[in-house]
Design a protein around this ligand. Structure first.
Ligand SMILES: [Zn+2]
Length: 152
């Protein structure tokens, strides 16, 4: 299973189900549409230094359960697909970014499933999509199995 690294506090926002869209400069690779992947929280925070409190003010998200965990797998997620953001539609508010002079092309990757792990699984990240090592995958899968059995 592949993983996608996201910086905090956005990783928490996705893992806890607040943020249903991921802003990227490229469309979702079609081969990842409808496929479960792992959400990994990066070691370093977002370059803008935006905080969870900032996000709560901006979006109304409940940040109480957010833990700001870094360098770990937080959840299993799934993207349905992606669409191009435009000034005209201003879609996916408040989480979807609109194009700007600095970032003229923005794609919204649509998240349609999130399974939050009970315990984050430590792992080093990488750019773009990457494959965690077998020990990490086994630990994550064990948790997913328990969660799915409990909800069945
Ligand atoms: Zn959108």
């Amino acid at each position: 299973m592949r993983a996608l690294t996201v910086r905090q506090p956005y990783a928490d926002a996705i893992a806890h189900g607040a943020k249903p869209v991921e802003n990227r400069t490229k469309p979702l690779p079609p081969k990842y549409a409808g496929v479960s992947i792992l959400l990994h929280a990066a070691k370093d925070p977002h370059a803008t230094r935006i905080t969870a409190t900032d996000l709560a003010e901006f979006t109304g998200a409940d940040i109480t359960p957010w833990t700001d965990t870094r360098s770990a797998i937080l959840a299993q997620i799934r993207f349905r697909g992606s669409h191009l953001s435009s000034d005209d539609t201003w879609c996916c508010r408040p989480w979807g970014q609109v194009p700007t002079r600095i970032q003229p092309v923005v794609w919204h990757w649509e998240i349609d499933q999130v399974i939050l792990l009970n315990q984050p699984v430590p792992a080093s990240g990488a750019l773009s999509f990457w494959t965690p090592d077998d020990a990490v995958l086994t630990t994550v899968q064990g948790q997913i199995d328990l969660i799915e059995r409990a909800s069945a």
